[in-house]
Design a protein around this ligand. Structure first.
Ligand code: NAD
Ligand code: LMR
Length: 342
């Protein structure tokens, strides 16, 4: 049962065969914001992972019921619930991966940056606790604006003296998932075969799909490149508008976060062939953080895939130059916030 489930889950995310992937249910995962729109389906998908032995669900409210519900699924992990600040230390003890989807989502007419005032504080407080109680964990930041919340998390970890840039990840997997889906639809390709790297950041024009690097190799007209790029950049807004005030992407986001989590767990488990795009501390451009494809291993990021940056098209080069101003501003806003609030 375990092996079959692992293969199925894994292959729904990527066509790469599960290599050296061992099924040993030994990792402890904490989800902070587990009772929310993303948190609940992400908790379910995490409960389905045979690599997870302990699933700690934290929120400021309503998480007891989510845990009771999930705990009846006959998959290996033990589910525990934690409510409010006082229970955060126990929630985070001995955790291997902390996933943070806590925070408010957009409504129509808002940008991700409009969430800064509320979410910056939430991320800061939660990462302070991660630094104190789970300083060696991989940290996956989902809360928006990712372009600022990841730099906030880095500053908080630095202030606490436990920053390891190899273990801090901004989750941009949804951009890749969307790019793969939209390209497969447009070019009539088998979905599971398609892989498009997405670089930059996670807001508007900072989301830059590298369509020229699509696998399998496929050619696009200039119009197709323009149309697909704009659709991928605006896909979050597409969902926000369709939900008409009821929030932003939750189900596709939970799917994407579960893929990124499964990849991290495989890396921790010794799989030497784990590659994902993520918004991380980076030297590939002059900006201190940048999303690109990285190789993940037992100790976190092992390398950046530099060949994605070779032979970019003129369109991609222009997109890359254009996004830098906005991304720089968002990164600086996060860094300033974390240092002002010290
Ligand atoms: P939601 O409002 O449905 O859920 C958020 C949850 O966070 C709630 O259960 C709430 O109680 C909890 N929460 C609030 N403050 C908290 C705190 N201090 N500690 C712990 N939990 C707290 O929102 P959602 O739809 O799940 O979205 C969550 C965040 O994810 C938003 O910021 C959204 O913009 C972002 N998001 C990011 C991506 C991405 O690609 N990175 C995609 C979709 C959404
Ligand atoms: C997304 O890309 O769906 C998320 O960042 C949520 C949003 O606000 O668009």
């Amino acid at each position: 049962f375990g092996n079959k489930l692992t293969t199925t889950l894994h292959q729904s995310f990527t066509k790469t065969p599960p290599n050296t992937f061992q099924v040993n249910a030994s990792f402890k995962v904490a989800i902070l914001g587990a009772a929310g729109g993303i948190g609940q389906p992400l908790s379910l998908l995490t409960k389905m992972s045979p690599l997870v032995s302990d699933l700690h669900l934290y929120d400021i409210a309503n998480v007891k019921g989510v845990a009771a519900d999930l705990s009846h699924c006959n998959t290996p992990s033990k589910v525990l619930h934690f409510t409010g600040n006082d229970e955060l230390p126990n929630c985070l003890k001995d955790i291997d991966v902390v996933v943070i989807p806590a925070g408010v989502p957009r409504k129509p007419g808002m940008t991700r940056d409009d969430l800064f005032n509320i979410n910056a504080n939430i991320v800061k407080t939660l990462v302070e606790a991660v630094a104190d109680y789970s300083p060696n964990a991989f940290i996956h930041i989902i809360s928006n604006p990712v372009n600022s919340t990841v730099p906030i998390a880095a500053e908080v970890l630095k202030q606490k003296g436990v920053y390891n840039p190899k273990k801090l990840f901004g989750v941009t997997t949804l951009d890749v998932v969307r790019a793969n889906t939209f390209v497969a639809q447009k070019k009539n390709l088998k979905l599971i075969d398609v892989d498009v790297p997405v670089i930059g950041g996670h807001a508007g024009i900072t989301i830059l799909p590298l369509l020229s690097k699509t696998k399998p190799a496929v050619s696009f007209t200039d119009e197709e490149v323009e149309e697909l790029t704009v659709r991928i950049q605006n896909a979050g807004t597409e969902v926000v508008e369709a939900k008409a005030g009821a929030g932003s992407a939750t189900l596709s986001m939970a799917y994407a976060a579960a893929r990124f989590l499964e990849s991290s767990l495989r890396a921790l488990d010794g799989d030497g062939d784990v590659y994902e795009c993520s918004f991380v501390e980076s030297e590939v451009t002059e900006l201190p953080f940048f999303a690109s494809r990285v190789k993940i291993g037992k100790d976190g990021i092992e390398a950046v895939v530099l060949k994605d940056f070779e032979g970019l098209t003129e369109f991609e080069k222009k997109g890359l130059e254009k996004l830098k101003g906005e991304l720089k501003g968002s990164i600086e806003k996060g860094v300033d916030f974390a240092n002002k609030e010290k």
